[in-house]
Design a protein around this ligand. Structure first.
Ligand SMILES: C[S@@+](CC[C@H](N)C(=O)[O-])C[C@H]1O[C@@H](n2cnc3c(N)ncnc32)[C@H](O)[C@@H]1O
Length: 421
């Protein structure tokens, strides 16, 4: 088989291996809710603010809007709110490490009973904070020294809540909101309904407790009640670059976790086996530069989706996409330092039956392509097929780490191997 040379940072899709328009799964436009465009929201808030019932809040909220808008890119030291970042279950330590790595000296962690969340004060810019990769949801938290939520109905507290929400919305001015949602035990109680209705009224938006995308969580705190305001009209982990979804495409924060587990370095020659719609490639490039970044998939449809997503992420010219079978790739031995594979889970792609031989052949080819001491990160929801590899295939690999996490009811398992001689 002719060996392919790997060009650096050039865009050579299907070079010497034209994509045959066969097979592959049909992509569909992302099911994720699109950003709502236009100035509808602004107009609605503006109109409501001028109404007599909302006048009190109008003054204070519009003042804080302009203040927080100015502040959006400045250190948020002045705001007394605590940040709360949450990862997908199983990735908590990686999120905390990302915060420490990116913001050393600007972040101070606070103790909290919910150890699955990171509570912290932050003195950097919100723009930098909103760019974190391993966070699923980001909130701001204010503590109210009240015994029960009913007290939050007082004008003083309602105004504080409205002001906070206007400031939180200003953190992502491009987002438009359909309505307010309260998340709380007893969210349908008369008190919560009144609170939601009155707060929504102050903000000039409907109270939609099922579908609202401006999300406020109320829960008992150490002292009084904690109110959490979600940043953005979708979870922070939703990737804006996802133009085309693809059957079996990976959650962006999970892909970021796989990249982290590969211990990325700018010197990496990185190969993404079975790259699908490009999620891992994009997360790898957004994490740091690499000497070489190649993604391979045998589906022309997947590669098409990857191309569009990479372009939307602004990394199209930095990744090479290649159609090919990962069991026989046209690269010389030891061409790569890091390999990553989101293997077919045998759910929407492949089957548990075909996975046994596919996994074995993929591991064999990955071993050939990896340099001594290099790493392979593999992810699957089909641990049985991993287990079935047995010592003869896994023998050359040293298992460095293993973890399982939770994503929409799935419990995929990730393993990190190192190639030994
Ligand atoms: C779980 S999906 C990867 C999804 C990807 N991580 C994403 O976010 O879109 C597995 C991929 O393996 C590809 N695949 C399956 N068998 C293959 C083979 N023998 N060679 C290359 N790609 C293969 C499928 O086309 C599919 O895109």
């Amino acid at each position: 088989m002719a060996k392919r040379s790997i060009s650096r940072h050039s865009d050579t899709p299907g070079r010497g291996n034209p994509e045959a328009a066969k097979g592959g799964s049909k992509p569909h436009k992302s099911g994720a809710k699109p950003h709502k465009s236009g100035s509808k929201q602004g107009a609605r808030v503006g109109k409501r603010r001028s109404e007599p019932a909302a006048r009190g809040a109008a003054k204070s909220t519009s003042r804080s809007t302009s203040r927080s808008e100015k502040r959006a890119d400045r250190p948020d030291k002045a705001r007394a709110l605590t940040w709360v970042a949450a990862s997908l279950p199983g990735l908590e330590d990686l999120l905390a490490m990302e915060l420490e790595r990116r913001f050393r000296g600007q972040v101070s962690f606070l103790e909290h009973a919910r150890t699955s969340e990171c509570h912290f004060r932050f003195t950097g810019t919100t723009e930098e904070l909103l760019a974190i990769r391993l966070c699923h949801t980001l909130h701001q938290r204010r503590d109210f020294d009240v015994l029960r939520p009913r007290t939050l109905l007082s004008p003083e507290h309602l105004n504080a809540l409205a002001r906070d929400l206007v400031a939180v919305m200003a953190l992502r001015p491009e987002d438009r909101y359909e309505g307010l949602r309260l998340e709380a035990a007893g969210a349908n109680s008369p008190t919560m309904q009144r609170l939601g209705t009155q707060l929504a009224d102050k903000l000039g938006m409907p109270f939609h407790n099922d579908t609202g995308d401006l999300v406020v969580t109320l829960r008992p705190g150490k002292k009084g009640w904690e109110v959490l305001y979600r940043v953005g009209n979708r979870p922070l982990g939703t990737r804006a670059w996802r133009q085309v979804d693809y059957l079996g495409s990976l959650n962006g924060t999970v892909a970021a976790a796989l990249v982290e587990m590969s211990a990325p370095s700018p010197q990496d020659r990185f190969l993404n086996l079975m790259c699908g719609s490009g999620t891992i490639m994009i997360e790898r490039r957004q994490r740091s530069a690499a000497t070489v970044l190649v993604g391979v998939d045998n589906s022309v449809t997947a590669l098409d989706a990857a191309r569009q997503n990479c372009a939307a992420a602004g990394v199209r010219t930095q990744v090479q996409l290649l159609q090919g079978d990962v069991r026989r790739l046209p690269f010389a031995d030891a061409s790569f330092d890091k390999l990553c594979a989101d293997l077919p889970w045998g759910e929407s792609i492949g089957s548990k039956k075909s996975n046994t031989s596919l996994y074995r052949d993929t591991f064999d080819e990955a071993y050939r392509l990896c340099r001594l001491g290099g790493k392979l990160v593999g992810l699957t929801q089909d641990p049985g097929s991993l287990q079935a590899l047995g010592p003869s295939v896994e023998g050359g690999w040293h298992l460095l780490a293993e973890r399982t996490f939770v994503q929409r009811g799935f419990h995929p398992r990730c393993r990190v191997y190192q190639k030994r001689g």
